[in-house]
Design a protein around this ligand. Structure first.
Ligand SMILES: [Zn+2]
Length: 198
């Protein structure tokens, strides 16, 4: 099941707090026996990191169904730093962005008529995301109400997320609802979840 990932992105932590929180979450997962501190690059294709933590003796506690004896999970990569994350094998852009002030949805990729982003529509978002990645601040204007909205407040489609801390579970059977809830509670923040293939 090598190249398949499930990702949990913390969409609220700041770039400054992300490193410490990553350590705390790693400690928690090690204490629960879900991972060990041993690192491996086997089947890891994450953004910016090429190694993850090897599963621990209790990894099955995190998954919905561990009954397949041949399905052994791969490493868990921890990605610290402000990035945009995309699920699936899809585009590099968000499909749409919803303005939190006026609720207008700006369509970037007009599925099913189009399969590529409208460059002109995406440009201000792209530039604002690049600024946020660099400095922690980035705003894009809403073409409907004119508000200048931080990129971390725009609401994106479920396949696109901005965050300073992400966890890629490589080749794990589907994570259980209770684990995902416990994980988010440990983070103390809202999360976005992606699945996809490398
Ligand atoms: Zn607006």
């Amino acid at each position: 099941m090598g190249d398949y990932f499930e990702r949990i992105v913390d969409v609220e932590v700041t770039g400054e707090e992300a490193g410490q929180l990553a350590e705390r979450m790693t400690d928690w997962m090690v204490a629960e026996g879900l991972i060990t501190r041993e690192l491996s690059g086997d089947g890891v294709y994450s953004l910016t990191v090429d190694k993850g933590y090897v599963p621990g003796p209790n990894w099955a506690r995190a998954v919905a169904d561990a009954s397949d004896p041949h399905w052994l999970p791969g490493p868990v990569a921890v990605i610290v730093g402000r990035h945009y994350h995309v699920g699936g094998q899809g585009a590099d852009e968000a499909e749409y962005a919803v303005c939190p002030r006026c609720g207008t949805r700006t369509v970037v990729i007009d599925y099913p008529e189009q399969f590529e982003a409208d460059e002109q529509v995406w440009r201000p978002f792209k530039d604002a995301i690049a600024a946020w990645t660099e400095t922690g601040e980035g705003r894009a204007p809403c073409s409907t109400c004119g508000a200048s909205v931080p990129v971390t407040e725009w609401q994106w489609d479920s396949g696109f997320a901005l965050g300073a801390l992400a966890f890629d579970f490589w080749g794990w059977p589907p994570l259980s609802t209770s684990f995902r809830t416990a994980f988010s509670r440990q983070l103390g923040h809202r999360v976005a979840e992606h699945t996809g293939k490398f």
